[in-house]
Design a protein around this ligand. Structure first.
Ligand SMILES: [Mn+2]
Length: 296
């Protein structure tokens, strides 16, 4: 298991500005399998990224410490797994950015339960509405992630949706939904800019056009492109009126071209850079993980 980001040394959990939580959970996938190996593949792909981040024009890891946590082990009992995941998440220090790497989308409600206050907003990028009450006999299915977040009491902002089961339509009205077709990015960014309070960001990799990110379990034609994703990340992390409690990247399946896992890795790099810049780390002393890597 790759347990580092880029080639950087892991700090202690308490000292970390960035926490990465691998959650290789794959229980309810219904089409292509392989998402359990995604956390390792994404971390491996971070080795191909530069330390410099071109959009915010700095090297975040000169200033920040990072810790890749031990992966959450699968459990034979689904309900118990989600309880363990929520408990583990709730015990982590909170003065950092938490990035969880799935695994399937069913992990998101447990992460939110463990980490978020009782109210807040969840920005949900996905091709599918994921609003089923249960699917193939399980309320913990990856097809139920958004429904569970709604029942947890959070407001839901869905972007990129282009596949809906008929019974999901009534719940779609409970969310702020930006359908993928004729996606109006100005309205998406305006909606994100107007958010206040606690926020969680969940990115199902199938939100992307499958020609750009072929490595997903349930691909759908259509989809957003890379720069639309970067624009959303920028809007979320530079919104001064929200507190980001964490994010997750889910449903990736590593594939031979590695393009899909590089895209996920680069989402992490952008999130780390934008969050760090928004927190003012660029004005602090350069005591980050890169210095530990290359002591002078
Ligand atoms: Mn999903």
């Amino acid at each position: 298991m790759t347990n580092h980001f880029q080639f950087l040394p892991n700090s202690s959990v308490d000292e970390a500005d960035i926490l990465i939580l691998p959650v290789p959970w794959e229980q309810t996938v219904c089409y292509k399998s392989g998402t359990a190996s995604a956390p390792t593949a994404i971390l491996k792909a971070t080795e191909q990224l530069e330390y410099y981040e071109e959009d915010s024009a700095w090297s975040p890891m000169k200033y920040m410490q990072i810790c890749v946590l031990d992966a959450i082990s699968p459990h034979k009992d689904e309900a118990q797994f989600h309880t363990i995941l929520a408990n583990t998440t709730s015990k982590l220090p909170t003065d950092n950015l938490l990035i969880a790497l799935g695994g399937e989308h069913s992990i998101t409600p447990a992460l939110i339960q463990g980490r978020m206050p009782k109210t807040g907003s969840v920005i949900f990028l996905d091709a599918h509405a994921d609003l089923r009450k249960s699917y193939q006999g399980s309320e913990y299915s990856h097809a139920c992630a958004a429904y569970r977040i709604l029942t947890q009491g959070y407001s839901l902002i869905m972007v990129g949706i282009r596949s809906i089961f008929e019974a999901e339509v009534e719940y779609l009205a409970s969310a702020t939904t930006f359908m993928d077709r004729n996606l109006n990015m100005e309205q998406v960014i305006k909606c994100i800019n107007e958010l206040t309070g606690p926020v969680w960001l969940t990115i199902d990799m199938d939100v992307f056009n499958p020609a750009l990110v072929p490595g997903v379990g349930t691909p759908q034609p259509g989809g957003i492109n890379w720069y639309q994703c970067v624009d959303i990340l920028e809007a979320v992390f530079f919104n001064k009126n929200v507190e980001i409690y964490g994010m997750d990247i889910v449903e990736l399946i590593p594939e031979p071209s590695h393009v899909s896992e590089i895209t996920a890795a680069k989402i992490m790099q952008k999130a780390i850079s934008f969050w760090g810049k928004a927190q003012g780390f660029d004005r602090k002393i350069q005591n980050g993980a890169l210095k530990l890597l290359n002591p002078q």
